[in-house]
Structures are given as C-alpha cells and as structure tokens.
Ligand binder design. Structure first.
Ligand SMILES: [Zn+2]
Length: 111
C-alpha cells in the first residue's frame, strides 16, 4: 500500500509527507496537522443563489440568508468540490477531521 490513504470521497492523506491531498488530481492541499479546509478555495454563498426560487420572495425554499450561509470548499488545482457546510453567519469554519497521524502511520506504513 502506498503512502496515500483515503479519508473522504475527495480527500487523501499522504502519510509520508503528512499532507492532505485531493483524491481527484493529487494536489497537496496543506499539512495534515492543519484543517484541510485551510488549503482549499472557499466560496461563501448566499443560500438564495443556490436554491432556485420556486415561489415569489419571501416564500422561497432557500434557507434565510440572515440565518444560514453555505460555505463550499474546492481543490485549488482541479476545482472539485471537496466539502460543503451550512453555517450561521459569523460562525467559524468547522474543523471536522482531526486525524491521529501517528496511529495511521503505524497502521498503514508498517513494512
Ligand atoms: Zn484536485
């Protein structure tokens, strides 16, 4: 097995370099000791631009932009969407994966 290990549908972790990598293009995003989101392009979107209005405003099916923002994370090399999250405005970006790198290395890099 190589040094790369799949962590999510669009994220690998390179256990030798200890970096997050895009699964699609292999681009190294950032150190695996940081949040992979810090290595991505960020698109902070108004929900009303994501959900097509079905009814005339204010009766749309989009979340209220005063209560919700949609934050998308993209690979800066190939442009694949790595992650998407819904957050209240002003809420910090979440750190959803904190890998135990030492344990992963012991499990997958043993000779
Ligand atoms: Zn990529």
């Amino acid at each position: 097995m190589g040094a790369k290990h799949q962590m999510t549908e669009y994220l690998d972790i390179d256990l030798e370099k200890e970096t997050w990598c895009c699964r699609r293009c292999g681009h190294e995003l950032i150190s695996a000791h940081e949040s992979y989101k810090e290595g991505c392009l960020v698109y902070d979107r108004d929900p009303t631009t994501v959900y097509r209005p079905i009814l005339p405003p204010p009766y749309t099916l989009a979340p209220d932009p005063e209560w919700c923002r949609i934050v998308e994370f993209y690979c800066p090399s190939c442009g694949i969407m790595v992650e998407c999250e819904y957050l209240p405005p002003g809420h910090p970006i979440t750190n959803d994966i904190e890998p135990n790198i030492a344990a992963l290395k012991q499990k997958y890099l043993r000779a």
